[in-house]
Structures are given as structure tokens and as C-alpha cells.
Design a protein around this ligand. Sequence first.
Ligand SMILES: Nc1ncnc2c1ncn2[C@@H]1O[C@H](COP(=O)(O)OP(=O)(O)O)[C@@H](O)[C@H]1O
Ligand SMILES: [Mg+2]
Length: 268
Amino acid sequence: MSVEAPAPTQTTPEPILSAAGVSKVFGGLVAVNQVSVDIPVGSIVSIIGPNGAGKTTFFNMLTGLYKSSGGRIVFSGRDITDDRPDVITKLGVARTFQNIRLFGAMTALENVIVGRHCRMRAGLFGSVVRAPWVRAEERAVQDRAAETLSYVGLRSNQFGQLSSNLSYGDQRRVEIARALASDPKLLLLDEPTAGMNPQESAALTEFMRKLRNDLELTILLIEHDMKVVMGVSEQITVLDHGEKIAEGAPAKVREDQRVIEAYLGKQS
Ligand SMILES: Nc1ncnc2c1ncn2[C@@H]1O[C@H](COP(=O)(O)OP(=O)(O)O)[C@@H](O)[C@H]1O
Ligand SMILES: [Mg+2]
């Protein structure tokens, strides 16, 4: 008589990030209204919605730039709802900004090195005294920053250029490199294809997949380009007037009546 093997237990992995009923109120305006989202480990998830829907505000709460007015945010099993941005970065959450925030008077390479500071041992004292180990660490950080810039597609003759002199698309790449320099587990990209032409957008879409696969990252994306969103996302959350109006796979969200209305009503 054969003994049947027990059926494998289906366990859903813990989400890397879980936002539960998160809200943000500015004066009388409810910019984000009790939004809950679970981001599976290793996934590419998008947040879409018309202008002013609360997408960037939601990112700002996830990264600690805004204190949420309500709700709870858990990253890798830790409650980060009230943590400071630098703490959240160190835990493994990195981001880029809708309006590029590079140091224009610094080179591409220097911008990426800044992104590494949260992982460096040398504090101010070590940097001033320049002990040998500090110099060794600086060299290692420079080499790594250069590698990261190559990885995101910059040419080596651009590494020493002031970031303000780079094209818009290249500045976006440097921002991604700076975010990657902090060794994130979760990367938040706020409209990374804004201002890019269709070729650049397609290349970035491919690059996001590569990033996720190469670095075992989880990516949360705010994106207005539907071609990018539908092509790259495994899950889409739709916000409108601060509220989550739909969620699911691209094919499902695309057909959702509330989503269609939200877009037809307000977008170009
Ligand atoms: N710091 C702030 N102070 C006051 N209102 C804000 C602030 N940030 C965003 N808002 C408002 O919150 C709403 C959502 O904005 P935002 O999150 O930037 O939308 P989205 O990124 O979806 O376009 C908008 O009405 C916006 O004007
Ligand atoms: Mg925005």
C-alpha cells in the first residue's frame, strides 16, 4: 500500500511592503484616503491615476518624507510608519523623484557617490582625518559608482560631467544609479519616463525588468505612459481623488469601468 505524500502547503510569501489604510490630509484636502496596497517580493507593481490622484503623496509617505495622517506601513516585517527617511533608506527603500533631484553642480559620479553615503563607515571625522581605510573605502565607492553608472547605460566620458549638462534621459538614469547605490531591496520610481521619447521609454521598460531580475529587486512604479504600465506591471493599483478605485492584473484593470471613467473624465 502506498502512502500518499501530503499535498504541498501553499504559502503566499509575505509582501515586502504592506500599506494598510494609509491617509494624508493637507489642511482640508484628503490627498490620500485610506489606501491599502501589498507589494509582493520580486514583483513590479504600478500605481496609476489621473494628475492629483495622490500617487506622489503616497510615495512620500512610504519613504518617510511625509508623515501619514493615518494607517500603517510595514516594510520587510518592520513598522516604518513613523520612521525618518534616512532610516527607511538604510532599511532598503530607495526612490527617484518625479521632478529630477540631482545636485546639478556635482558630476554624475559624485551624485551616485552621495547615494552610497548611507552604507559608508567613514563619518565626518574619518573623512577629515583621511585615515588609510577611509581612502580605501572612498576608492571602492568610486569604483562601484562608476560600475553602477555603466550599468544604467551612461558612457564613461559622461561620468565626470556636471549632471545639469546631461540630457534629460541621462539625468533620469543617474537618478536611478544614485538610488541603486544605496543597495535597495525596494525601488520606487516616480514617473521615470516623463520627458522621454518612445524609444527611451521602451528602453527603460526593458531596463526595469533587467533590474528586477539581475538585482532581485522589487519595483513600485508610478507611471503615466500606459504602454509602459501595461507592458511591465504584474499588478496595478489605480488611485483617483486619493482613493483606490481598482487593483489587479493589467488585463483586468484595463477593462475596469471606474478606471476608464477616471481617465476619460480627466486625462488628455
Ligand atoms: N505638500 C503639499 N501640501 C498641500 N497639498 C499637497 C502637497 N502635496 C500634494 N498636495 C496635493 O495633494 C493632491 C495629490 O497630489 P500628488 O500626490 O502630487 O498627486 P499625483 O502624484 O497623483 O499627481 C493634489 O491635490 C496636490 O495639490
Ligand atoms: Mg505625482
